[in-house]
Ligand binder design. Structure first.
Ligand code: GLY
Ligand code: MN
Length: 461
């Protein structure tokens, strides 16, 4: 945990945003895999970690704005718990590390909330993504489970986003530790992947490395020669010389901040044929986006700069044609780049996505597009110092999309379908780094990870 002062300051800032009411935080529980005692690895809720720091299941917390009290609710281990799971510090001992002196049982939480509801006090809680916690809130507050998220507090969401979006130096250090772990995963993958190997052998080696360092993956590994599928979590393919594997993977720091890095590896050690030109196109778009990322610049414009750069190179290769300003405006480039150029990152790999992307990535100055491709941009608003973003342009050759758009006669002014057809089976290319926005620009976080063609080929040989 950070020093207790960090948590007390964060809570004080949050509390100041409210005049009345209760702010309820529900921590995560162990999640059963196939029966209660056989669980998935535990991951604490990120807002709970941010304000209270405690990384254990079955905790809740309340800030009573009117009384000015901060209370952690949880039950101490019984003798049976201790027999099976070992001794634990008491809730009071753990709470002290977060600068909290008031503790009470979960039963006391039910009584406190019941009293607050009866008195008609405003009870603020965040949207829930775990069903057990949605049920717990429904029970505590006395509403139907399917109405829990509809009643989540928008002022609470906005106040949390307004704090968590700006990463302090202690958070940047954590994220850099997570990126450095990802560095080792990616270098290992470049050195390991070779023809005749299954993808799962490389994915497993990376997962093993992370676990051997006492950490966890920040999201399920994407490692596939079918990199054209954006979130491909299957690792079943036997890799062949001449293919490329997209490796999108990252790890948690000790305090559970994420990294999210992508590199594309030539299987057999050499980018062949059009792979080289398309890799350079993605890398050029990456550099354009990195250079564009500055305070005051809308992330939408960083995205469009990357799209424009991709479109120029795709025109040079013959896949695109015509007026590129119009092509990008109308979304023709989304034949090749169907997603956004990046997202906010912090505790969560898509930071605070559980609170609602419209609060994290959009504001009254930028509305979310409904256009195919652009609608998947998770953030459009202007960058500010302290924001941590991923930068991840790519080119994805998706045969089903080629067939669909061709059959529909879509974008025939901008797309050369006969040339595009030659890229069936090409797969995909993505590169991704994590950046922090500074006062004057931005910088890539963590140890540099090989990205230039000769660097990647040298490791992959
Ligand atoms: N690393 C997966 C993603 O950004 O969606
Ligand atoms: Mn990402």
């Amino acid at each position: 945990m950070f020093d207790a002062k960090i948590y007390t300051t964060r809570r004080a800032v949050l509390q100041q945003q409210f005049k009345h009411g209760l702010l309820l935080f529900i921590g995560n529980n162990d999640a059963p895999m196939n029966y209660t005692d056989n669980t998935y690895h535990f991951r604490q809720d990120s807002s709970f970690l941010y304000y209270w720091g405690l990384d254990d299941p079955e905790l809740a917390a309340v800030i009573d704005v009117d009384a000015g009290t901060h209370t952690i609710y949880g039950n101490d281990f019984t003798i049976d718990d201790i027999v099976w799971r070992g001794p634990q510090p008491t809730v009071a001992e753990r709470a002290a590390r977060a600068g909290v002196t008031a503790v009470a049982t979960r039963e006391a939480l039910a009584r406190a909330l019941d009293e607050a509801v009866r008195k008609g006090r405003r009870l603020h809680y965040l949207p829930q993504y775990r069903h057990d916690n949605a049920l717990a809130i429904a029970d505590l507050v006395g509403i139907r489970p399917d109405m829990v998220n509809a009643h989540a507090s928008i002022s609470f969401i906005k106040a949390v986003v307004a704090q968590r979006a700006y990463k302090g130096p202690e958070e940047i250090r954590e994220i850099e530790a997570a990126v450095n772990l990802a560095h080792d995963m990616h270098v290992l993958a470049m050195k390991t992947a070779r023809p005749g190997m299954y993808e799962r052998e490389v994915a497993g080696a990376m997962a093993g490395l992370v676990e051997s360092r006492g950490s966890q993956l920040s999201f399920p590994i994407i490692f596939s020669v079918h990199g054209e599928t954006l979130h491909n979590h299957a690792h079943d393919n036997l890799m062949q010389a001449g293919q490329m594997a997209v490796n999108d993977s990252g790890a948690d720091s000790p305090l559970h901040y994420a990294s999210d890095i992508t590199r594309t590896i030539p299987i057999g050690g050499k980018f062949v044929g059009p792979q080289r030109d398309l890799y350079q196109a993605v890398l050029r778009a990456h550099k354009k986006a990195l250079a564009a990322a500055k305070p005051g610049v809308k992330w939408m414009d960083v995205h469009l700069a990357a799209c424009r750069s991709l479109a120029e190179d795709l025109k040079a290769i013959g896949c695109m044609k015509g007026d590129l300003d119009a092509a990008v405006r109308e979304g023709a480039h989304a034949m090749f780049f169907q997603c956004g150029v990046g997202h906010m990152m912090g505790f969560d790999v898509h930071d605070m996505e559980g609170l609602g992307e419209q609060y994290v990535g959009y504001d009254p100055t930028v509305t979310r597009s409904t256009q195919f491709g652009l609608k998947s941009l998770r953030m459009g608003r202007a960058l500010e110092p302290g924001f941590v973003m991923t930068v991840e342009p790519g080119i994805y050759m998706i045969p089903t999309l080629m067939d669909k758009w061709r059959a529909e006669g879509k974008f025939t002014d901008f797309l050369n379908y006969d040339v595009i057809d030659k890229f069936r089976g090409f797969g995909g290319i993505r590169v991704e780094d994590d950046i922090v926005v500074t006062d004057t620009g931005s910088r890539i976080l963590g140890q540099a990870i090989p990205i230039e063609i000769d660097e990647v080929e040298a490791l992959a040989r």
